[in-house]
Ligand binder design. Structure first.
Ligand SMILES: [Zn+2]
Ligand SMILES: [Zn+2]
Length: 387
């Protein structure tokens, strides 16, 4: 009777823990090393293989003569796929086409042509971002991402305090390299909680911008695989995860460790791909963070941006509708200056009421800056501030 030999342990090779959900934990650096061991340097080299060398190797591997190679080349060339003249404009859909794909394309073209605004600014921004980064080569050799570097795709979700966005797609997707630290990731995450100004400033509106949360409350942490990675870069930072660790200890939960996010590179991490982790800042602004991919630069993505300076690279950003000023109807999220929310305000048509800085001041203060009437004013940061 045949006996099953035990499977060798596949340490640090990602394997599903739950099918199609998340992998078992693996060490990113060790995974990269296994890759590099298995691949030939030419597999992940940026250098394009010379056509002639490639052909010679191809012929050699398949045992073909030069004539057959030439035949294959001409049959498989892009030109042989062309079914119309080179100078034909392929954007023009021929009339009365029987192909459903073409009819759909025509409908889409007609719809776009009838739109009052051709493309909204979000689409334009996304297109511009892509144009600037796809396949981009660095200007200097020192800015080039090293060959064989790992690229980690990280999805950041809206904080759970936004009830509306609890279950939506990622707020932002960032590409990090293996040599980035968790502090680099923290700095790349844009959240309105960092811009909040706490307090009522109707008597002193000019000093409100001095109280932006990110300047005062710098503590934050990531929680990955039982380790709290605290941001300790600034003197005012506190290890805010200590409270949770103490609590867990007193309730007989497994013990958790702490480390500094600024000292922890992605290649040093042991993670599960697809597993929800936590990023917490401003006390209780909690975001889910999911690593969705760990791969090698260029290996299967010929369009990778190779300019180190552009990383962490934002590849997707969800955009929300911003609110408008009640008076002039400009979008508040686009305002450079602080915007305002008032309550108990006799000048306002509703309670609470939103104003841009200009309208707020014109309506609530005289020409010398003296407050008119009784009202409460709170700086307001629109969730669309990062649109
Ligand atoms: Zn946040
Ligand atoms: Zn206004």
């Amino acid at each position: 009777m045949a006996t099953c030999s035990p499977q060798p342990e596949r340490k640090n090779i990602p394997d599903y823990e739950y099918i199609d959900v998340n992998t078992k934990p693996f060490h990113i650096g060790a995974f990269r090393d296994l890759w590099l061991e298995r691949l030939k340097p030419s597999d992940y080299s940026y250098k394009e293989e010379e056509d002639e060398a490639f052909e010679a190797e191809f012929a050699n591997e398949f045992g073909l003569n030069a004539e057959t190679v030439n035949d294959i080349k001409s049959i498989c060339s892009f030109d042989s796929l062309r079914c119309h003249p080179v100078d034909r404009d392929t954007t023009v859909v021929p009339p009365d086409s029987s192909l459903r794909t073409l009819r759909q394309r025509k409908r889409r073209q007609d719809y776009k042509a009838n739109l009052k605004v051709n493309s909204n600014r979000h689409e334009l921004y996304a297109e511009e971002l892509e144009r600037l980064t796809v396949g981009r080569k660095p200007t200097g050799e020192e800015d080039r991402i090293p060959e064989g570097e790992v690229i980690i795709t990280v999805n950041i979700y809206y904080p759970t305090i936004f009830e509306r966005f609890k279950y939506v797609r990622p707020h932002a997707t960032l590409l990090m390299t293996g040599s980035h630290t968790l502090a680099n990731l923290r700095d790349a995450i844009c959240c309105v909680s960092d811009l909040q100004v706490c307090g009522e400033f109707s008597n002193t509106p000019d000093i409100a911008p001095d109280f932006i949360s990110q300047d005062h409350y710098k503590s934050s942490f990531f929680f990955l695989e039982g380790v709290f990675y605290n941001d300790m870069r600034f003197p005012e930072c506190q290890a805010i995860s200590s409270t949770t660790i103490e609590w867990a200890k007193s309730h007989n939960f497994p013990s958790y460790r702490q480390a500094k996010m600024e000292d922890t590179k992605f290649v040093d991490l042991t993670i599960k791909v697809g597993f929800p982790y936590l990023y917490c800042h401003q006390g209780d602004c909690e975001h889910l963070v999911i690593i969705t991919d760990v791969r090698q630069v260029l290996l299967s993505h010929k369009s990778d941006c190779l300019d180190k300076k552009l990383y962490p690279l934002l590849t997707h950003k969800h955009r929300v509708t911003t609110r408008r000023c009640t008076v002039c109807h400009t979008y508040i999220g686009r305002q450079v200056k602080i915007t305002w929310l008032t309550t108990n305000d006799h000048f306002a048509p509703c309670d609470p009421c939103l104003f841009c800085d200009k309208c707020f001041r014109m309506l609530h203060y005289d020409e010398h800056g003296n407050k008119l009437g009784d009202f409460l004013a709170y700086p307001y940061v629109d969730p669309g501030a990062f649109n």
